[in-house]
Ligand binder design. Structure first.
Ligand SMILES: Cc1cc2nc3c(=O)[nH]c(=O)nc-3n(C[C@H](O)[C@H](O)[C@H](O)COP(=O)(O)OP(=O)(O)OC[C@H]3O[C@@H](n4cnc5c(N)ncnc54)[C@H](O)[C@@H]3O)c2cc1C
Length: 449
């Protein structure tokens, strides 16, 4: 009996020490990862990401196991902590997996966010009658965009039904953008018998149409007005684009593509919006512009050439080409690797920083292999000097001792991020979280008194 108890006691002590050692190792690893995320700037999420209540967390790790990405959450002393918030894609599997409700996926504290517009529950901005739907609100994902588009138009339809007169030559609502939010909003406008105009600077489909060929989109079931339920949770990009095209055709959704919005002026009970195709008068405006904005340009001589592109849709259409990819984020390295896979391509990557900082782990690991085996050649701390018909001029070590080289070249892919549409929103008078009320926003000042 004595020996049995002694052995059992020893075993328990050993198990306890073993578990403590594992906790310690996980904690040290997570702390190192948190430091790394702060250096890279990936500790802050731009769209929705997990927020953990440490008092409720029981440290079971279900959230970590449920996350489809890597490095978003880790454990410190048996409590979950967010590491690389910007790697979260917002699917909320962690929130569902948490057995004690200690984790919520959302935007968190908005008081310092100068990139998130202030919205009412109906998605109305600080400018009465001007609404926002989709990723522009800060919340990503296709289903959220669809739901937002529907919700905003429902609110607009309620207001329109309360109007005593509807003016000739003026639509009830101008919908700007034809991604998932704008398409769903347009369908809802038809369903609600509203008069509407939908414009989009690109082809209908928004970001989805620009996904790489055969990209698998993970989503959740959603209700599309007039069309019905989309119940699958995974779609290949081409399937989703086919659905958008089909609903637009079947329900006669009128979308003016190639038309950009430049300003929105609030004139009391209506709006005058300036677009690249002329002014549009409407009772309400719904902005469904997404957050990608206009691709950032290099502003170098020769950039206007047709060989300069700002996205790669189908890598297989480039073979036997000499290609320069500019940028160092996930889109740039994914583009460079996809092009390097095609036969006969010579791919060079130019990045202005001295190394990669914000890559997803699997991209970091893969690009390392491409560089090591010479499938891609990279010039860090470099920038494009000028683009010519059959070569590009690169300036290397632009900060210290600049050195110029000319590379034979057929195509240049610029993947240097986008200019978000915040200046446009501010010019409309829309207020953002993290900003004090504008001097020109009299109603806000009155509210603050
Ligand atoms: C590579 C990638 C992969 C993704 N994968 C997934 C996924 O697997 N699952 C998922 O749910 N989500 C995914 N997303 C996110 C999802 O695509 C977006 O959250 C969603 O498309 C947002 O819809 P939206 O309608 O708000 O904006 P967008 O789809 O971005 O559409 C914006 C529209 O506004 C137009 N526009 C912009 N500015 C102007 C202007 N000034 N004038 C006129 N028109 C303008 C654009 O042309 C476009 O039509 C992914 C995004 C990317 C980039």
């Amino acid at each position: 009996m004595f020996w049995t108890l002694t052995i059992l006691g020893g075993l328990l002590v050993f198990l306890g020490l073993w578990q403590r050692a594992i906790h310690r190792r996980l904690t040290e690893q997570t702390i190192a990862d948190i430091r790394d995320s702060r250096t890279r700037g990936t500790n802050k999420g731009l769209t929705q990401h997990p927020h953990i209540d440490p008092l409720q967390c029981i440290g079971c790790g279900s959230c970590i196991a449920a996350c489809p990405e890597s490095g978003v959450i880790g454990l410190v002393d048996g409590i979950a902590h967010v590491i690389h918030a910007s790697r979260c894609v917002g699917h909320s599997h962690c929130e569902i997996a948490c057995p004690v409700g200690a984790l919520k996926v959302g935007l968190g504290d908005l008081s310092t966010r100068t990139d998130i517009p202030v919205l009412s529950d109906d998605l109305e901005t600080s400018v009465p009658g001007l609404f926002i739907a989709g990723e522009l609100s800060g919340i990503a994902l296709i289903r959220n965009a669809v739901e937002d588009g529907v919700k905003a138009v429902e609110a607009i339809a309620r207001r329109v039904s309360g109007l005593s007169n509807r003016f000739d030559g003026m639509v009830d609502v101008l919908i700007v953008g034809a991604g998932p939010a704008g398409i769903a909003a347009s369908l809802k406008a038809i369903e609600c018998n509203l008069t509407y105009a939908t414009i989009s600077q690109d082809d209908a489909g928004g970001s989805v149409r620009k996904y790489p060929r055969r990209k698998l989109a993970m989503t959740q079931p959603m209700q599309l007005p007039l069309h019905g339920y989309l119940k699958k949770t995974q779609y290949v990009k081409e399937e989703l684009v086919a659905i958008w095209d089909e609903v637009i055709e079947t329900h006669g959704v009128k979308i003016q593509t190639g038309v950009g919005l430049t300003t929105v002026e609030h004139r009391g009970h209506y709006f005058v919006s300036q677009t690249t195709a002329g002014p549009v008068e409407s009772r309400f405006v719904l902005l469904a512009l997404g957050r990608r904005g206009t691709p950032r340009k290099l502003n170098v001589p020769g950039e206007e050439s047709e060989k300069v592109l700002y996205q790669l849709v189908d890598a297989a259409t480039y073979m036997g080409q000499r290609i320069l990819v500019v940028g160092g984020g996930d889109s740039a390295v994914e583009t460079a690797m996809a092009l390097a896979e095609q036969s006969g391509n010579e791919v060079v990557l130019s990045y202005r920083k001295s190394g990669f900082f914000r890559l997803k782990p699997r991209n970091e690991e893969r690009i390392g292999r491409y560089l090591a085996d010479g499938r891609i050649k990279a010039y860090f701390s470099s920038g494009v000097g000028r683009i010519e018909a059959d070569q590009v001029n690169l300036v290397i070590d632009a900060d210290s001792e600049p050195q110029e080289i000319n590379l034979p070249n057929d195509y240049v892919f610029v993947l240097a991020g986008g200019e978000p549409p915040y200046p446009l929103l501010r010019s409309c008078g829309i207020r953002f979280h993290g900003e004090t009320p504008h001097e020109n926003s009299a109603s806000e000042l009155l509210k603050a008194v």
